[in-house]
Design a protein around this ligand. Structure first.
Ligand code: KG4
Ligand code: ZN
Length: 340
């Protein structure tokens, strides 16, 4: 079944077509950075309005790019949560209406399951079971993945998600929105070793995270910048190194605890090159293998939704005609495709 995937959970409109045998046939993405930049963050109402405007032209483009017609589409997958409720409703309403008009099935996809399965779009696919480290703007978690839809959460952030900590710290440093990639860029010009940032919650057992203290530490350090003789780039580098070390320490612990030897890393922050290098080194030290999506599929995109939706549609899953979206939706409440 050829599947049209639709992602509108936040500030990117992503549309893609996935073919179960031919793989990803086309994908397009429209970023709303220019709309939200002046506000220093995503304005939910503006995000919803822009999704409305982009959906039809992007669908036309993805069809043209793939050489397919609307009648070739066999099913529609859309992000139903977690995310901004208005933005989700735009995508869900469009997807359901299109499916109804074409008389084809639709399925609701969990955004984080989409992220988690994004490495499956690459040639080198990890086998199950594996350990997953999900690091995005809204989530930070370690999970044991026994199969698609069977997720046991081992640890998660008790406060800010790691991407959120990047974004807030970037704002403190005057870098604006989107913060994560800008902070990473600034960090590459600084030195991480002159400042000692904490590695939160690593001195006690367990796999939970806490990142809000690092942001506060960055703020305090910024106030003492001249006395300490450090630059903003040094602060960015020390912050980033503290985040990366913390994620590596907890990932190592989770690999040891579970005995798993495959680590899948996904979500927007998995685009971070310092994190990627550190996790590659961890894999080498522990005799494990680490898998990442290609960098354009680390952040939000339609391809991961088309792929995850294709698995669920092929297993016979369908949504009812009622359009239901969820701002919050625990990933461990999911079940394997076709079993619910
Ligand atoms: O997965 P994603 O696109 O959206 C959510 O589901 O949240 O993740 C976006 C997050 C943002 O917080 C962004 O700042 C962060 O990922 N991010 C990065 C990098 N690229 C994106 N953080 C650090 N370094 C990067 N290179
Ligand atoms: Zn995301």
């Amino acid at each position: 079944m050829v599947v049209l995937g639709i992602e509108t959970s936040c500030d990117e409109t992503g549309i893609a077509i996935y073919h179960p045998l031919k793989g990803l046939m086309a994908h397009v993405l429209h970023s709303q950075v220019a709309i939200h930049e002046g506000y220093g963050g995503v304005v939910p109402e503006l995000a919803s309005r822009d999704h409305v405007q982009r959906m039809i032209p992007l669908t036309r483009r993805v069809l043209a790019d793939s050489g397919l017609q609307m009648r070739d589409i066999g099913g529609i997958a859309y992000t139903a949560g977690p995310g901004l409720i208005g933005a989700l409703m735009v995508g869900a309403g469009y997807a359901r209406s299109l499916a109804f008009a074409l008389n084809i099935p639709a399925v609701a996809v969990h955004h984080m399951e989409g992220h988690l399965l994004a490495p499956m779009l690459e040639a080198d696919v990890p086998d199950f079971p594996f350990l997953a480290l999900l690091v995005s703007g809204g989530h930070t978690l370690l999970a044991e993945v026994r199969e698609v839809g069977d997720y046991r959460i081992l640890g998660e952030s008790l406060d800010d998600a790691v991407g959120e900590a990047f974004d807030k710290t970037a704002k403190l440093l005057g870098l604006g929105y989107p913060g994560g990639p800008r902070l990473a860029q600034l960090a590459s010009e600084g030195r991480a070793d002159g400042l000692r940032f904490p590695r939160p919650m690593t001195d006690r057992p367990g796999l939970d995270f806490s990142f809000s203290g690092l942001k506060t530490h960055a703020l305090v350090t910024l106030g003492q910048r001249e006395r300490l003789g450090v630059s903003e780039a040094d602060i960015a580098a020390a912050f980033q190194q503290a985040v990366v070390d913390t994620l590596v320490i907890k990932s190592r612990r989770a690999l040891e605890q579970t005995g798993l030897r495959r680590l899948v890393v996904a979500g927007g922050v998995s685009a971070n090159l310092v994190l990627r290098t550190a996790l590659q080194a961890l894999a080498a030290q522990t005799g494990s293998r680490v898998y990442f999506p290609r960098s354009e599929f680390c952040t939000d995109n339609g391809a991961m939704i088309a792929y995850a939706g294709c698995l669920r549609l092929m297993a016979g899953e369908r949504v009812s005609q009622e359009v239901v979206c969820r701002a919050r939706w625990p990933i461990d409440s999911l079940r394997p495709p076709g079993s619910s």
